[in-house]
Design a protein around this ligand. Structure first.
Ligand SMILES: Cc1ncc(COP(=O)(O)O)c(C=O)c1O
Length: 430
């Protein structure tokens, strides 16, 4: 890459990048614009986006309807504190989210990232017990393969070994980490553990249907029904973390709808603003909220991020929900799934490929361990696509608006790169 902008070389010396060993990580690509389903680089190249900016850009980039809503909101009020003040974008969004999630969901607490939304859910679960006089319940049951964020409480409910937070073992609260109850034996093992620890547990947290950052691992809806039954048996708050799965990614607006199960608390983020601005939400059932409803100020939920319910972000989220109302996103998600099923199928049986799977608009080709992830990523860039494997998991989560031709470029690039083989046995030449 010859023509790098000035800001790039100057700033690179001062930036700390996410999930990156700064000494060895390949330099990030300078981006100057996004357009539809494409990322425009400083040297003029365009990459077809297979990641949707960490699964958030569900309507593609720069959607005119969201841009117009943002411009309008910018004129009136980009932000005002949410303590003691309220505004239409937030209150409208809260009632729309409760209506969308369905009966039982009553209260929305806004925050500015998915991790904080999960922290708030955990805090709600623990405090709902404390407000009823039970101070022993401080722990959570969570699952191997799970991922819920990078802050301290959320790290504690991630997979402790496979996840990216293994280094912090011993520095985190010890949670009850279980296998998902996929079948009778695992369900029985879970039940035994829950029964043994029931008095210490405040809740159960799970990503419904897809464990995303933990490796795009799918599970059946019956797992969620087992969890609901177990939570009811032990009186635990059931938290569904829909931060990845929400807003159409699994083919329904929310993954939980495929199981017909209602949790007590849901966390939302990522696609909430259509990938434009940081906003997350923790949505509680009436029963959870009830535990906080009191004349005692000590029973209030003491949480309030500075940028909570940011008016611009809420306006973007309302515009994004309008798009879900007006445009056939869920049909598009299902069509993407079908196209990926066909497009990725040639990977099955290739040397080094251990699995090919698709759920909703998530396509996965799982490989043997990849010795040089940077080189694998570069192979995709060289083919004009933005695909960022999670370790040995090559996945596609494109914007739900992607057209057939661009989707074919993505699946074709996966087939070609994986087909080059020798991903597992030898380092890939740079
Ligand atoms: C299921 C799930 N929960 C929580 C988070 C954390 O969200 P954020 O990165 O916005 O803090 C993520 C992010 O990938 C996620 O996939």
């Amino acid at each position: 890459m010859g023509s790098q902008p000035d800001w790039y070389a100057d700033g690179l010396e001062h930036i700390w990048l996410p999930y990156a060993q700064m000494k060895t990580e390949p330099s990030p690509l300078p981006v100057v614009a996004t357009r539809g389903e494409r990322i425009v680089l400083a040297d003029g190249r365009e990459l077809v986006d297979g990641v949707a900016s960490w699964w958030s850009a569900c309507h593609g980039y720069n959607h005119p309807a969201i841009r117009t809503a943002l411009e309008r909101q910018l004129q009136a009020m980009p932000h005002v504190m949410f303590g003691g003040l309220a505004h239409a974008p937030a209150l409208t969004l809260a009632s729309r989210l409760c209506a969308l999630l369905g009966e039982g969901f009553e209260r929305v607490f806004f925050s500015d990232s998915g991790s904080v939304a999960v922290e708030v859910a955990m805090k709600m679960a623990i405090q709902s017990w404390r407000n009823r006089g039970d101070f022993r319940r401080t722990r959570f049951a969570a699952f191997r393969g799970g991922y819920h964020g990078d802050t301290f409480a959320t790290m504690s409910v991630c997979d402790p070994d496979e996840g990216m937070h293994a280094l912090f073992k011993g520095a985190l609260p010890a949670q009850l980490i279980l296998d998902l109850p996929r079948d009778e034996p695992t369900a029985a093992a879970m039940e035994a553990e829950l029964a043994r620890h029931a008095g210490e547990l405040a809740g159960i947290i799970v990503e419904p249907l897809v464990q995303g950052a933990g490796g795009m691992l799918f599970h059946e809806p019956c797992v969620l029904r087992r969890l609901r039954a177990a939570a009811d048996r032990h009186g635990l708050a059931l938290i569904f973390d829909e931060i990845f799965t929400g807003f159409g990614r699994t083919g329904t607006m929310f993954a939980m709808q495929q199981a017909g199960v209602t949790p007590d608390i849901v966390t939302l983020g990522k696609g909430l603003t259509g990938g434009t601005l940081p906003l997350a939400a923790t949505v509680a059932s009436g029963a959870v909220f009830e535990a906080f409803w009191s004349d005692d100020p000590g029973k209030a939920l003491m949480h309030g991020p500075t940028y909570m319910a940011n008016a611009l972000a809420c306006a973007a989220a309302n515009a994004s929900l309008d798009l879900f109302d007006r445009e056939p996103r869920l049909e598009q998600a299902r069509a993407i799934g079908e196209a990926m099923m066909a497009g990725l199928e040639p990977c099955r049986g290739l040397p080094g490929v251990t699995d090919v799977r698709v759920l909703g608009a998530i396509g996965v080709v799982q490989l043997d361990p990849v010795p040089d992830l940077g080189a694998l990523r570069q192979r995709f860039i060289d083919r004009g696509v933005w695909i960022r494997p999670l370790g040995n998991v090559v996945y596609l989560t494109p914007p739900l608006t992607i057209g057939e031709a661009d989707l074919a470029l993505l699946t074709g690039a996966v087939v070609e790169v994986v087909g080059q083989g020798r991903l597992a046995a030898h380092p890939i030449p740079a």
